[in-house]
Design a protein around this ligand. Structure first.
Ligand SMILES: Nc1ncnc2c1ncn2[C@@H]1O[C@H](COP(=O)(O)OP(=O)(O)OP(=O)(O)O)[C@@H](O)[C@H]1O
Ligand SMILES: [Zn+2]
Length: 839
């Protein structure tokens, strides 16, 4: 792929240049240019943090993005005030990547910076000044002038001052020279307030005093002296059990956390005595939040077809940057990744494995950890900021040469990636909706890979049509695995006709007879069942039987979802909730009924249909806390759950040998995506969830309940005819101008006033019509959900010619148009959201 919009100069540096473009944490589209003072020239490095003045009063910390010789035309460049870093905070490849992202996804470079750097490392918008604790004011050999003394006086009463505070104290604007002089005299320190947000984890640990640990006789003597003192003796024994120093004396150095040594009932005073008598010593250790693990297992031996695939991948890599690995569910793609990861690490390069969601990661992560141990870092969305900083620093220091992570891990400070793997590359969650940058992590990974001159593997059992299209165009290499690993075969599908069963009175609690029979079969054989429903909560909504009233969100144009457990109606868009009314708020009738099906209600139905079965549920509501997924998956893996009901969370990557039956509760619902990808998504979702069944020797059974079982998507899925379906869809997309034949840009116009929203959207359209590129503009239309959180929304969709020139030209002009519109007083508070390559 070419570098579409990234300016090649970013991230490159030549000496003798006297201007620098700085990335600033403020909502401005571009970088700002500053002068490099001669004194600072030797310290200027791409990626280093600097202090600059922005506007009349603000002092900001920014990052050097580019060094050049072109003075800005629209304004006079101010000088850079200070360089903060000896070592750059981000590397040149990262800067190039950010610039590309901001250009491609039409957002501010500051927004990319914000997304890229964990807040623990984030640059504060303001630096602070504090007294240098090592400075002795009385005995200082440097004379201070009056102004310097004023600052030092102020610091005796206040522990820190902002630049603004200093301006006030001195009553002047140009305080920088004074501060600089104070720094040079070592009287004050300038620091980043937020930097302190990252705090290392310190543990109190206990070890045996080294002289005793190294000397068996001495230790024996200690035991003798403890005869009769059972409490002390038991603590010592416990230490030796957990830290077997006789096998490995080195283990004593790191000792054991005091909290792990002391169990319930152990007395603190016995430990104290042992320390006082010089048996143990206690010390502090900075420990990693992310636990270390040693590799336990050798990678598996690849099957013949896996080996074949591996060879083909390497063959393609000789000519192509990207390879699509299309392997049916359960074909063993992970083992192929493991092999490639190993080889890349051995060659000294870094590896990034992207996964769509955390639900997926738990199983694959532990598999990888067994092979790669502590050289592997994990970066996921439920990590605390401190944990993120540790992964970031781990990549910088070389502790992690391999990272498994969700989409934001593409921002980690890699400097020599050799391979990026995007697993389940078809997943919609690789796209970030909100806030900007609204990036597609798969597509961005390919770009990142290009900047590193690395290779990319896209893996899936149901590739996105975009990726498959690129493979058919020979842009990507294409490798297939058509069989499951080992004895396993692909599952068998059954369509269960809801309408027919209803007519024959066979429907019980929305289950067909076939569904009940298959579940019962599995339970009888002590096998496990997964039930998929793409809707959480109890039921979509509550309705009044008499007047037809349904609960509506007060802030959004959507109906509220009934959550039975909490007795609440909730908005899934803004989180608004209210108690379930006892009577209809419109007509007073008490005849309120629930309509439709959510996971919570299906769980209830199943408990009535199969009273002896143990049920579990996995959806957003049951997995809110950090270990929610893990707990449910552990229980399921341990066979403590017979039937697991879940949303799309259960469709992805799960590998449980005892699952033989997968039920799709409402197959019709899957077909109802409101856009051109409906068919593609349905095909993927059904194939993926079905793929959880029969992954070992027992053949899997998949039951799809539907009111119109003749739908062609079902037919194609059942035949496993991906290619046929792809061809059919591509014909439609070509004739109706949809991706991959065009590029889409969606623009949402938002405001609290309906009229203004509409007017602004129309004004945008008038302007866009003049952009001289090949395009089709649709809209503006009231969005599908016309109002969210009290903001009205209008949408425009632009279909652009695929050529990179067209896209670049359109985006540049669009940014200009929006800047101008935003400057019109009438539209000042209108928000425009640009979504490039929307889902
Ligand atoms: N070479 C091998 N030796 C031993 N076991 C293997 C080997 N290859 C795959 N397996 C096992 O086969 C099962 C399926 O493999 P894996 O989960 O990697 O499939 P997958 O292609 O990722 O499937 P999906 O797309 O459905 O997630 C796993 O339990 C895995 O441990
Ligand atoms: Zn709402």
């Amino acid at each position: 792929m070419q570098n579409l919009f990234g300016d090649e100069e970013y991230g490159k540096q030549e000496s003798g240049k006297n201007f620098a473009d700085i990335i600033l944490p403020v909502p401005i589209p571009r970088m700002f240019t500053y002068k490099i003072p001669i004194a600072l020239a030797p310290q200027i490095q791409i990626g280093a943090r600097v202090i600059v003045q922005f506007g009349r009063k603000k002092v900001l910390t920014g990052i050097i993005g580019k060094v050049h010789n072109k003075p800005p035309q629209a304004y006079d460049a101010k000088p850079i005030l200070e360089v903060l870093d000896d070592q750059p905070t981000v590397n040149p490849i990262q800067i190039r990547f950010w610039v590309w992202m901001a250009n491609y996804y039409c957002c501010h470079i500051g927004e990319v910076m914000h997304a890229a750097i964990p807040s623990g490392l984030r640059l504060s918008s303001e630096s602070k000044i504090q007294a240098n604790p090592n400075f002795d004011r009385e005995n200082s050999s440097y004379p201070m002038d009056a102004r310097e003394d004023m600052i030092l006086d102020a610091l005796e009463n206040q522990s820190e001052l902002s630049y603004e505070d200093c301006e006030k104290i001195l009553g002047i604007k140009t305080i920088h020279p004074i501060l600089k002089s104070l720094v040079a005299k070592e009287a004050v320190l300038i620091f980043e307030k937020v930097q302190e947000k990252y705090s290392p984890k310190v543990e109190t640990r206990i070890r045996i005093v080294p002289e005793i640990a190294a000397d068996k006789k001495a230790l024996e003597a200690v035991f003798e002296s403890l005869a009769g003192k059972t409490k002390q003796e038991s603590i010592l024994l416990k230490f030796l059990r957990d830290i077997p120093i006789f096998q490995n004396l080195k283990l004593n150095e790191k000792g054991i956390a005091k909290s792990s040594l002391m169990e319930e009932g152990d007395s603190e005073s016995s430990l104290k005595t042992l320390i006082k008598n010089g048996v143990f010593e206690s010390f502090k250790l900075v420990v990693n939040r992310i636990e270390e693990a040693e590799p336990e297992k050798e990678p598996a031996v690849l099957s013949e077809s896996q080996n074949q695939a591996l060879t083909e991948i390497k063959q393609h890599f000789k000519e192509k940057q990207t390879v699509l690995l299309h392997g049916v569910t359960g074909s063993g793609k992970t083992e192929i990744y493991i092999q490639l990861i190993r080889e890349t690490l051995e060659s000294g390069s870094q590896v990034l494995l992207l996964l769509p969601e955390i639900a997926l990661t738990t199983q694959i992560v532990s598999r990888l950890q067994q092979v790669f141990g502590s050289q592997m870092g994990v970066y996921h969305s439920k990590y605390s900021d401190n944990e993120r900083v540790e992964v970031w620093n781990g990549v910088l220091s070389g502790r992690f040469s391999f990272v498994v992570g969700v989409r934001s891990s593409i921002f980690l400070p890699f400097d020599s990636l050799g391979l990026i793997i995007v697993d389940e590359e078809h997943e919609a969650s690789f796209k970030q909706f909100d806030p900007a940058p609204r990036f597609q992590a798969r597509d961005s990974a390919i770009m990142l890979s290009y900047f590193h001159q690395a290779k990319t593997i896209l893996g899936s059992a149901t590739p996105s049509f975009e990726s498959y299209f690129n493979a058919t165009q020979d842009k990507y290499g294409y490798v297939q695995l058509t069989h499951r690993y080992g004895d396993a075969s692909l599952p068998e599908y059954h369509l269960a006709n809801l309408s027919a069963d209803r007519k024959k009175n066979l429907l019980k609690l929305d289950s067909t007879r076939l569904m009940r029979e298959k579940i019962q079969d599995a339970l009888d054989k002590n096998e496990q069942v997964l039930i998929f429903q793409n809707r959480r909560g109890y039921s979509p909504y509550i309705q009044c039987e008499d007047c037809g009233w349904t609960g509506q969100c007060i802030q959004c144009d959507v109906s509220l979802t009934y959550h039975q457990f909490a007795e609440e109606l909730r908005c899934h868009y803004c989180g608004y909730k209210e108690k379930v009314p006892s009577s209809c708020p419109a007509c007073g009738s008490t005849q309120l009924t629930t309509m439709g099906m959510g996971t919570e209600r299906i769980e209830e139905s199943l408990s009535l249909l199969f009273p002896e079965a143990r049920l579990g549920r996995m959806d957003l509501d049951t997995t809110r806390n950090k270990y929610g997924y893990q707990r449910i998956l552990d229980e399921f893996g341990a066979g403590q759950i017979d039937i697991l009901v879940g949303t799309q969370m259960i469709t992805k990557g799960l590998d449980f040998g005892r699952v033989t039956v997968v039920g799709i509760w409402d197959g019709d619902r899957i077909l109802n995506f409101p856009d051109f990808r409906a068919g593609e998504r349905a095909f993927q979702q059904i194939t993926q969830v079905a793929g959880r069944a029969g992954r070992r020797s027992e053949k899997g059974q998949v039951i799809i309940q539907s009111r119109n079982p003749d739908n062609e998507v079902f037919e194609k899925v059942i035949k496993g005819d991906y290619y046929e379906y792809f061809r059919h869809e591509m014909m439609e997309r070509k004739s109706f101008y949809y991706p991959p034949y065009v590029k889409l840009v969606k623009i949402t116009t938002r405001h609290t006033d309906f009229k203004i929203t509409e007017k602004a959207a129309l004004a945008l359209h008038r302007e866009m019509a003049h952009i001289p590129v090949k395009k089709i503009v649709l809209g503006p239309e009231k969005a599908l959900i016309g109002r969210i959180k009290n903001q009205y929304q209008f949408e425009s969709m632009i279909k652009l010619d695929r050529s990179s020139n067209t896209q670049a030209e359109f985006k540049t002009q669009l940014n200009q148009i929006l800047e101008n519109l935003q400057a019109t007083p009438e539209f000042r508070s209108v928000r425009w959201i640009i979504d490039v390559d929307p889902n």
